[in-house]
Design a protein. Structure first.
Length: 121
């Protein structure tokens, strides 16, 4: 797992290029950066980043140890929160989150299926 948002960006770029998915490079990199940064901001610990493919497109998951769910639609007009998740929502064909709970872990997974770069924006 990349230890920082910068490492996560480099890792996802290399991964997309290795899978021949360059047409998703910009949107996916921005989404990964935002989700990994938010996970660290809420837990003060690195998150786990997963890459797979769904319906012939990248599928990104970020797992962290926070039970605080993201709000993809809240924007604090004069503050520093909300804009990044709004961008994630706009750059994703689908995005959301799910609570994860087991005997030794409570947290969430935040997921995104990015749109192709310049796809309808």
């Amino acid at each position: 797992m990349p230890a920082s948002a910068g490492e996560a960006r480099r890792w996802i770029k290399q991964t997309l290029q290795a899978h021949g998915r360059e047409e998703w490079l910009d949107n996916t990199t921005l989404i990964v950066s935002e989700l990994v940064t938010n996970a660290y901001r809420h837990t003060q610990r690195p998150a786990t980043l997963y890459y797979s493919e769904w319906d012939c497109r990248p599928w990104i998951e970020v797992v962290d140890e926070s039970a605080i769910f993201p709000d993809f639609h809240a924007i604090d007009t004069f503050g520093e929160t909300g804009r990044g998740l709004r961008a994630v929502s706009r750059l994703s064909a689908i995005c959301g989150y799910c609570r994860i709970e087991s005997s030794n872990f409570v947290g969430k997974v935040v997921f995104s299926a990015p749109r192709k770069d310049h796809d309808g924006l």
